[in-house]
Design a protein around this ligand. Structure first.
Ligand code: DSN
Length: 414
């Protein structure tokens, strides 16, 4: 990276510090991951130079013949991964993908039934702070006290409210989803089915979680979480919705697609089609299960009763700390997680009762059972000694000792 460091040493130095942070720490935010060097190369490629409004074969600019090849490759590979009829790979990320779907298939004022944020839903599924909540009438369902989706209640709510759309898919929910049940409820009330698989797309692509694509009208995802691609989004839909979805993305909401990101998506999808990706997805789940067992045995209160996927949502207040205090203590110990609301949290979003953690990134680094057991021990020690800076520094050194055995981007420097 001599050009960067020579021209802009300030940016290069910040990137170098961030690289060290990623290398030395344990990245356990469940929505984060480490892309391959091949994905990084495509992301930093000359495809960033090109404008290409429109879609392959139908662009508003000249000179798009090779960009068409790249975007067509990304689409073909994604279709193969998910068994999809149609895919739009242009959404800039998950939130814009969701907005595009609403605007394609709904009218202002239409009702959408989506999961409450504190029960594992997402801001773009109707939280009152979002602009979408001003346009559409979101009604929010919740999990049961034992943390499962209450499909009977969902059914009753659908009958009562007659939503135009039912949304399944969550950003802090750790259990499997019964898409057939949601589909049957939606069919009964004539609702469109939408799944947001942003967190679990990689697990679904690998056949390690149920796939809503064959059943649902439309499925949105990010490409940078378990799918381990560049930061971006994607919409998967049935052929009948193709025109509306494509029109909503461009020209409805977006301008020129980020073709360097689309090139990186194509590379990530090729990686996800490899047999080794299936092993990776299995290991993500296996690692999360070990953490579940280890933390439960130390008396932690796991929301939803545990995990079927890559993440755990934990109420840390019985251990005498808040979510923000636990996040801070773990940060100082070199373990990155995020504070998170728990179902019907009595506390506030900036200092909630829980933390959310997951295994996609540490699994990418090659960590397995032995490391998970050590990590669970460090998490517990850090939380139990949240105000002991010396102890937290000592854990950080131990973490550094372990991460050093799992090299990250060994040839990269800024
Ligand atoms: N920010 C993502 C997450 O962490 O789950 C969702 O938008």
């Amino acid at each position: 990276m001599t050009n960067l460091s020579a021209f802009d040493p300030a940016t290069a130095a910040s990137l170098a510090r961030e690289l060290t942070r990623q290398r030395e720490g344990l990245e356990m935010i469940p929505s984060e991951n480490f892309v391959s060097e091949a994905v990084l190369e495509a992301l930093g490629s000359i495809a960033t130079n090109k404008y290409s409004e429109g879609y392959p074969g139908k662009r508003y600019y000249g000179g798009c013949e090779f960009i068409d090849e790249i975007e067509s490759l990304a689409i073909a590979r994604a279709k193969q991964l998910f068994g999809a009829e149609h895919i739009n790979v242009q959404p800039l990320s998950g939130a814009p993908a969701n907005v595009a779907v609403y605007s394609a298939l709904l009218s202002p004022g239409d009702k959408i039934l989506g999961m409450d944020l504190s029960h594992g839903g997402h801001l773009t599924h109707g939280h009152p702070v979002t602009y979408m909540a001003k346009i559409y009438d979101f009604i929010r369902y919740k999990t049961t006290t034992d943390g499962r989706i209450d499909y009977d209640n969902l059914h009753a709510m659908a009958i009562e409210h007659k939503p135009k759309m039912i949304l399944a898919g969550y950003s802090a929910y750790s259990r499997e989803i019964e898409y057939e049940k949601v589909k049957a409820i939606a069919d009964e009330v004539g609702a469109i089915t939408m799944a947001d698989i942003a967190h679990i797309a990689g697990l679904i692509a690998a056949g390690e979680m149920h796939n809503p694509v064959p059943l649902f009208d439309v499925v949105t995802t990010t490409t940078h979480k378990t799918l381990r691609g560049p930061r971006g989004g994607m919409i998967i839909c049935k052929e009948i919705h193709k025109k509306a979805i494509d029109k909503a993305v461009f020209p409805g909401l977006q301008g020129g697609p980020h073709e360097n990101v689309i090139a990186a998506k194509a590379v990530a999808f090729k990686e996800a089609l490899e047999p080794s990706f299936k092993e990776y997805a299995k290991q993500i789940k296996a690692n999360a299960k070990i953490l579940e067992k280890e933390l439960a045995s130390r008396g932690y209160r796991l929301m939803f009763g545990g995990t079927d996927n890559h993440l755990l949502l934990i109420d840390v207040t019985p251990k005498g700390v808040t979510g923000a205090q636990a996040e801070k203590a773990l940060d100082l110990a070199g373990i990155t997680v995020n504070k998170n609301m728990i179902p019907d949290d009595p506390r506030s979003p900036m200092d909630p009762s829980g933390i959310r953690l997951g295994t996609p990134a540490i699994t990418t680094r090659g960590m397995e059972e032995e490391e998970m057991k050590k990590i669970a021990g460090w998490i517990d020690e850090a939380i139990m000694n949240a105000s002991d800076a010396t102890k937290l520094r000592q854990i950080r050194e131990e973490v550094k000792g372990m991460t050093g055995r799992f090299p990250l981007y060994p040839n990269l420097m800024y």
